[in-house]
Design a protein around this ligand. Structure first.
Ligand SMILES: [Ca+2]
Ligand SMILES: [Ca+2]
Ligand SMILES: [Ca+2]
Length: 350
C-alpha cells in the first residue's frame, strides 16, 4: 500500500504525472512511487521516530507561523500536498492544504527553522525526498552535501521545532507519508535488548532473561551477587523486542514446577506457552487467543502473568482499556474466562 509507504523522490514517470495533474488544475501530486494515481490528495507527513505529524503550529494560516512536530489530531494544519517546484529538477514544494502556504526553511534567532511562507519560488521552499526504503529524508534542494530536515533533538514532544542537520541516518530525520487520519503512528524507539527478571533454573532466585536485538533469548543465572555470562535458550525473536505492534515475550512459571516458562504473545493475538525444559523451551502450546489489541500500541490494554491464587502457577492478568483489571486463572492448559478484580486503572492503560 503506497499510502503507508515512504515519501519518494520524484522520478521521470512521476514528473509526467504531476505535470498532467497541474494541467487540469489540480495541485496535489503525491510522489508515492508505485501508486501515485491512487493518492492524488492531501497527506500527513509523519516523523518516524515519534509517530507524530509535521504540522503548522496551531493550524495557523499566517505567513511565518512555525512548522513543528505535532500530535496528529486530524487538524487541517497537518495536511500537505506536494507540488513540483518552479526550479524544476525534481524538487517539490510542500504546500499546506489549509493555508496554501509553503514550508520553507529560514533563520530564526540564528538557527534554521521550518515555517510557512508565501510560495514565491524561493530556494528555501524547494525540497527533494531521498528514498531510504521504509522512510525518506527530506532534503533542501540547495546545499552540498545535502542536509536533512529533522525534528530537533529527536524529540517526541508536541510542538518540537523542525530544523536542519547533517544526514547520518540519525533518529529524527526519518519521515514517511500516510493518508490523513486522526491519531499518531506508533513511535519507533531504538532497538534495544529487553531484560526481564524470572527464576528460570528453579532455585527460587530470579535470574536475568535477556532478549537481544538479534532475537536470541539468553538466561544469565543468579549467582548470589552477580549473574553468570549467560546461555542461549531460544532464538528468532527479533520481532518481539517490545515495540508497539510487535509480538511480546513474557517469562513466568505457568506449569508450576518452579521454573519460568516462555509465554509468547504473537501479533495474531495468540498466547502460547513454551515449557521450560532445563536448557531450552519446548515448541509451545496455544493457551488463549484474541489478544491482538494488547500489543503495546498507545491506549491499548496490557497483559501480565503472575500467580494470583497461590497454586504456584502463573495466571493471566488482563488490563483492559476500560480500566478494568481481571484475572484469568491458570487451568493447566488454558486460562479461564476471568474475574474482575479492580476497575480503578483507566488512566494507566497504554
Ligand atoms: Ca534462579
Ligand atoms: Ca515452569
Ligand atoms: Ca495460579
Amino acid at each position: 500500500m503506497a499510502v503507508c509507504g515512504p515519501l519518494r523522490r520524484y522520478g521521470r514517470g512521476l514528473g509526467l504525472l504531476a505535470a498532467s495533474a497541474v494541467a487540469v488544475g489540480a495541485t496535489a501530486a503525491v510522489p508515492t512511487g508505485r501508486a501515485v494515481a491512487a493518492a492524488p490528495s492531501s497527506i500527513n507527513i509523519i516523523a518516524v521516530h515519534s509517530g507524530k505529524c509535521v504540522a503548522v503550529d496551531g493550524s495557523s494560516q499566517l505567513p511565518g507561523a512555525p512548522v513543528v512536530q505535532a500530535e496528529c489530531a486530524g487538524q487541517a494544519g497537518a495536511l500537505w500536498t506536494l507540488r513540483p517546484a518552479a526550479s524544476g529538477g525534481g524538487a517539490v514544494n510542500m504546500v499546506n492544504a489549509l493555508s496554501g502556504l509553503c514550508l520553507e526553511l529560514g533563520h530564526v534567532s540564528g538557527v534554521v527553522r521550518a515555517r510557512q511562507a508565501e510560495c514565491g519560488g524561493q530556494e528555501g521552499a524547494d525540497f527533494r525526498f531521498e528514498d531510504r526504503g521504509t522512510y525518506a529524508w527530506i532534503q533542501p534542494s540547495v546545499g552540498t552535501p545535502a542536509k536533512c530536515l529533522e525534528v530537533t533533538g529527536a524529540s517526541h514532544a508536541h510542538g518540537a521545532p523542525l530544523g536542519l542537520t547533517d544526514c547520518h541516518g540519525q533518529t529524527g530525520t526519518a519521515f514517511r507519508q500516510r493518508q490523513p487520519r486522526t491519531g499518531n503512528d506508533p513511535a519507533e524507539g531504538p532497538r534495544a535488548p529487553v531484560v526481564t527478571a524470572a527464576d528460570v533454573d528453579g532455585d527460587a532466585k530470579a535470574d536475568l532473561v535477556v532478549l537481544g536485538t538479534e532475537g536470541v533469548v539468553s538466561v544469565q543465572r543468579n549467582l548470589g551477587s552477580r549473574f553468570d555470562s549467560g546461555t542461549p535458550w531460544s532464538r528468532s525473536w527479533s520481532n518481539y523486542l517490545g515495540m508497539p505492534g510487535q509480538g511480546r515475550l513474557y517469562f513466568a512459571d505457568v506449569t508450576g514446577d518452579g521454573k519460568a516458562d516462555l509465554i509468547v504473545h504473537g501479533t495474531d493475538g495468540e498466547i502460547s506457552v513454551r515449557t521450560n525444559k532445563g536448557n531450552h523451551f519446548d515448541g509451545g502450546t496455544p493457551w488463549s487467543n484474541n489478544w491482538s489489541n494488547y500489543l503495546g500500541h498507545p491506549g491499548q490494554g496490557r497483559l501480565y502473568f503472575a500467580d494470583m491464587n497461590g497454586d504456584a502457577k502463573a495466571d493471566l492478568i488482563v488490563h483492559g482499556t476500560d480500566g478494568e483489571i481481571s484475572v484469568r486463572t491458570n487451568k493447566g492448559n488454558h486460562f479461564d474466562g476471568g474475574t474482575p478484580w479492580s476497575n480503578n486503572f483507566r488512566r494507566c492503560a497504554g
